[in-house]
Design a protein. Sequence first.
Length: 551
Amino acid sequence: MMKDLFARLNPLRADAPAAIDGAALDRRLAALAQAADLGEGRLAPAAVEQARVVADRAQARRGLSEQLTVVAFAGSTGAGKSTLFNSIVGAEVAKAGVLRPTTSEPLAAIWQENPETVALLQWLGVTRWHVVDDGAAALADLVLIDLPDHDSTHSEHRAYVDHFVERVDLMVWVLDPQKYADALVHEQYLRRFSRHDDVTVVVLNQVDRLTVAEAQQCLSHLRRLVAEDGLSDAVVLATSNRSGEGLEGLAERILSAVTGRRTALARSAADVATAADNLARAAQDPGTPVAGSRPADVEHLTDALTEAAGAPVIAAAIEKSSRHKAVQAVGWPPLKWLARLRKDPVAQLRLERPGVDPRLVRSSLPSNDPVARARANTAVMEYADKASAGAPQAWVQSARAVADRASAALTDHLDQAVTRAPLVPTRNPRWWGAFGVLQWALFALAVAGGVWLLALAALAYLQFPVAQAPTVEGFPVPTLLIIVGLLGGIVLAGFGRVLARTSASRAARAAREALRTEVALVAEREIAAPVAADLATVDQFRDALRTAQGG
Ligand SMILES: Nc1nc2c(ncn2[C@@H]2O[C@H](COP(=O)(O)OP(=O)(O)OP(=O)(O)O)[C@@H](O)[C@H]2O)c(=O)[nH]1
Ligand SMILES: [Mg+2]
């Protein structure tokens, strides 16, 4: 029967099931392996593991003869797999019967027994095979397998199906009019292989038991179900072993799979694409562009870290210290010593350590305190979330993990930024010197006036004839000297205070800027750069998946 069936067919009419060659499959396999590597630690381990298993299996199939095409009949018990197998082989090779289930082990039919065929059978796990010797040269490269039922009461039958469904090149699902809509075959098998249109055939067998109208109805319902399973391009045929209907169509499909010599490649390509789909699903990729490192976000992060590094405390200390020193410099000379009694807040914070390696010292700053640390962490996490916006969920998580790891050492880095930054002004404002000189001059005037008056009083007391002190507008000059000296000193001190306040807030601003410059380097190096490096792999992952999916 086999000979008759295939003799009528013209193998040249047979098209290759998919336009894929070995080099293209190798590229897709490499892309899948790369995507799995990039997913490692980011995606659910099962998805990564599954991708690797698929890649390994496809690689193993690549190493076996791709000239040979493995076609298997699977389906529910009693659907007629073994009978169909015999019809195709053209001999009673497989046992078919009324006792359910009949077939309990896979059985292969081969048309040439050579080392390649045997190696392939061994890899498939087939232990029983029949060598057909009917001279059908067109089928020399076919390995046909009859499987046990997938819906068996015997669990090992289902285990066989699960094993073979992952390995054979072309799956032929044989269903019968009673059970073709069973959820089991659709949900547990066909749906899982929605990428496998090219290498899946669904057969509605035993149509001789239906009227022509019923057969039409069943077939179109089955076509709909198969399309809903995602296999809209899969071939769906009606057959009967009794009437012979549809057997030629099935034989033709099998022949085209064999002569096209692309079925093994197409099957592996479909597996690779499915594994890539699963990786994409595991990554929860919205497919939107990744925000990445945006200058405004880095600025925002830098601001937050500058605050966390203690900018408010430092600025306040610098301001206070600057005012304090200004008062010392321009204050009224007799009272200067009072200012010296107060402690310099800059010294208290240990901000001034000329010539000391900043890596070796710690400041006594609030970056060490838990609130500042928490604030820095929040800012870092916010940054990671902003940068990873649009990325697959798996990368949103990994960017957070990268940022979290970076945060651990952040306190130290911020503290070093504080010690590195030139916070304390190295030079005092010039006007301090001028004011100081002026203060001393005014004080000297007052002292001179006082001494002059005392001298006059002493001379008068000692009854010396004393000339009147010179006057200006009726005021004696020594008295004027005292008044001008004292008043001038007080006014100058007051004026100095006002100026000191302005220059102190300038010094505070400069300190804040200097700190921010150092913190910006920390933010870039410790946070933005590692997060960006992590997110750079999103494009690689997406490209790899696209390649693996055949896009
Ligand atoms: N009417 C009709 N009966 C068929 C057809 N194909 C097979 N049968 C009969 O259906 C019964 C089961 O056939 P098998 O080929 O053993 O079925 P199977 O799918 O291999 O069953 P298991 O090995 O148990 O999974 C047998 O009695 C066959 O003669 C068909 O096209 N039409
Ligand atoms: Mg059987």
